[in-house]
Design a protein around this ligand. Sequence first.
Ligand SMILES: [Zn+2]
Length: 291
Amino acid sequence: MKSAVPDFSEFPPGTVTDYTTLVCLACIFDIFTKQIGLAPRSAYSEIKRYSPTIEELTSRTAVRPFFDSEEKHPRCPYCDAAKRWHARLDTHCIEGGKTTDTPRRKLVKSIEKKSDQFAVTEVKSDRRQAFFDWLDTLRISIDLSDPDWLLAATKAFLERKEPKQNWDEVFEGLRTVRPSSRLEDGWEREGSRLFLSPALFNESLLVQYLVSRSHEHGGRTLAGRLTLMELIRRMRKGGYLSAHNISQGDQFEIFEKLIDEVAGSGNLKVYYVVDRREFLEKVKSVYAAYA
Ligand SMILES: [Zn+2]
């Protein structure tokens, strides 16, 4: 029944973040009938219209009636209801900008007549927030115990930095990533090695550091384990700090400025597309059982 609508395949990698949460309809019916005191029929029509907040849909820690579970047959952690009472809500967050404007307009047009099935919300944000959301998602999707995670993190960073490039192709069969002082900017692949300009390499180290820092003393990077001090020293030595006019301040002030360089600054819009199809189907079947 689910077709390829909405189609996210035209968005550059790293510009769409997916969130998924389970909602317990037994809990919702309970809230509407017992706490609010509605008759099942009115509860049913209220629940069909119910639209959770973006916060509820994308939060890393779910609260009632939402919960997250990796299990095949989860039970509701609040009321122990079985799977047939649960509905999945998928939320896709599109980062606004030049590279996503065209596919986003196309996508919104493809679902505009199905406004009950898909909710689209526009939210003002900024590049720094978008960068940290992206980083959060990267941290979850990457397995730090996999020896190839540094390559995966570097690829994700480059996808974000240069979305038009086909990085799948560039990383195909790749074994190592190294800095090359021969390159003033950009990158070059040679055999199974990818060479990055020193600036690009240093920025990729910063991303690797940010992904892994909470797990270790310092972070793990393509240049080995680095503390914040060592990372900054390395970037200073490579000329990154002077090239970006960052020299004043203690290590934390410098760190903040480095993040601004990599994340970018200024405002942007993000667009949340909530897929309510399974929710609507389940509300109907649950009501049929309830009534
Ligand atoms: Zn429940």
